[in-house]
Design a binder for this molecule. Structure first.
Ligand code: KG4
Ligand code: ZN
Length: 336
């Protein structure tokens, strides 16, 4: 079969990215313009600012991706683009740009679910990876356990009922005065702390689901900090970071291995920004070794939002003959 080249665009949150990907696995370019420094000042992503910044850079980012990959639009077989979930104004910028390109070049347009993109980052990192496997998608906006039955075929086994794992990290980091984004900062600080110092609560549901809840844990940490402040007692921030992280990693690990048992699977692929977390990686690998379950994760640049992962997901849809129409709309709450 001929090689298929996908140009992909991602703009669902605060990264404008374009990539050129061959056969869903080989990345020729993956240009990412991050707005993090701008949003840092506000302690989180400001939607209107995000949309405006995407508009300013999207054309340059796409041109750069083509140039770096040493291809022209003529070489491209299809255009992949994230159409949800995400911030509606941010999504629309990438989507409208992709639709314009598809119309002008008469190339097929392939709408991609952002979560599917995160899962697909593992196809780039691990050339031999094929479904079925379990994916744990943990990012600033999402926490899902997904049974990947086949390319593009998913069953959601568990999801968060309130905050996403990354969101809990960011909120706790803010309370600890660590700044945004907080995940990497807590990860680093926790290395100096005792993870068993404070017993923060781990939500368990009694209705046989593998769902998550992180808001109770987040509140417990905030209460702990407030109480110490009111009583004027010293706290050890590294112990708080390590104990919080231990609770998050504990529930993620339990539920993902329970899914392997339930579905009789021996491969776990982690995805999303929080997949960079060192404690999560260590905990999953160590239990995986004990149980004979392979644990895979992408390199950090493929964990955070990027267009290469969208190009991979688009490829597997493209070779099945799937194509989106040019009236494709942004879907902020798109389900997997
Ligand atoms: O996937 P991503 O870049 O964007 C979303 O789609 O949300 O994920 C960003 C999230 C942020 O909440 C950030 O704090 C978290 O991933 N994160 C981490 C780490 N690196 C990034 N959380 C814990 N440990 C890390 N090392
Ligand atoms: Zn994401």
């Amino acid at each position: 079969m001929d090689k298929k080249i996908i140009l992909a665009i991602e703009s669902s949150c605060d990264e404008t990215s374009a990539a050129v990907v061959v056969d869903g696995r080989k990345v020729l370019s993956n240009v990412i313009a991050s707005q993090i420094d701008t949003h840092k000042k506000f302690g989180g992503v400001v939607p209107e600012v995000a949309s405006r910044m995407h508009t300013e850079v999207v054309n340059g980012v796409v041109q750069e991706a083509l140039k770096e990959a040493n291809v022209t639009l003529d070489d491209i077989d299809a255009i992949g683009v994230t159409y949800g979930p995400g911030l509606v104004g941010a999504l629309l910028v990438g989507l409208q740009y992709a639709k314009g390109l598809a119309m002008a070049t008469k190339k097929p347009l392939i709408g991609v679910n952002h979560i599917e993109g995160h899962i697909s980052a593992n196809y780039i990192q691990h050339e031999e990876l094929k479904p079925p496997f379990v994916s744990l998608v943990v990012s600033g906006g999402h926490t899902f356990i997904v049974y990947v039955k086949d390319y593009g075929k998913y069953e959601v086994i568990g999801e968060t009922r309130d905050d996403a794992a990354g969101e809990a990290y960011d909120k706790v980091a803010r309370a600890l005065g660590l700044g945004y984004p907080g995940g990497p900062k807590i990860d680093k600080l926790a290395k100096e702390g005792n993870k068993d110092a404070i017993a923060f609560p781990r939500a368990k549901f009694h209705d046989d689901t593998l769902d998550f809840s992180f808001s109770g844990l987040k509140s417990a940490v905030l209460n702990y900090l407030n109480k110490a402040k009111m009583q004027n007692t010293e706290i050890n921030r590294a112990d708080v970071a390590a104990s919080f992280q231990n609770a998050v990693v504990g529930v993620l690990k339990d539920n993902v291995f329970a899914t392997c048992d339930k579905k009789n699977l021996d491969k776990i692929a982690i995805a999303g920004g929080v997949a960079s977390n060192s404690a999560l990686r260590e905990a999953l690998i160590s239990e995986g070794n004990e149980k004979g379950i392979k644990v895979l994760f992408p390199e950090p640049i493929l964990c955070t939002d990027n267009a290469a992962m969208i190009g991979s997901a688009a490829y597997f849809r493209f070779i099945k003959g799937e194509e989106s129409t040019l009236d494709l709309n942004a879907k902020p709450n798109l389900k997997l």
